[in-house]
Design a protein around this ligand. Sequence first.
Ligand code: PCA
Length: 204
Amino acid sequence: MDRVILLTGFEPFGGERTNPSWEVASWLDGKEIGGATIHTLELPVNCRRASKMVTDAIARTNPAAVLGLGQAGGRPALSIEKVAVNLADERASHESDGGANAKPVVAGGPDAYFVRLPIAPMLRAIARGGIPASLSLSAGVYVCNTVMYAMLHTLRARPRVPAGFIHLPYTPAQAARHRSTASMAVDLMTAGVEIALGVIARAK
Ligand code: PCA
């Protein structure tokens, strides 16, 4: 049977016309990387619905690895997340109270999960490709963190399946509508994510 890597992205949100995560994911849909086929899934920017969709997709496709992508406007580089916390705040995009109203993603679940990705080799490989990338220790408490937590929780009994999340900067077209904001071209972000997927696919 074909090995599948599940790659998720998001719809636009917060008044944006596009979301770089879905632009990148859709470029990679159907590609063969390291002996695996990329299957993509576009998620709604809603904690409850997005986490249900990702856990359903994991059950349906039994993937060899799962990588989530999301937009983190203002970040200057591809940002490989290290930790998902058991907190979800559906209003976090428009109410910035720092997650004081956040609820558990999974009631009674562990406080946090570390992602299961070969982060250091991924960072080295992306940098060798001439693409800026860095490690992030917080994905916030909004939908990206929720989806990452949900995927790691669902896969908790399958520790050999690599799973994690990369946040992406704005595209130049998005940044042109914000002042003094970092951005990265979609083809460069796509190349960086493709390199990351290659490292993940070849890791075992
Ligand atoms: N970024 C948001 C949600 C969807 C997205 O692309 C986040 O960082 O939670």
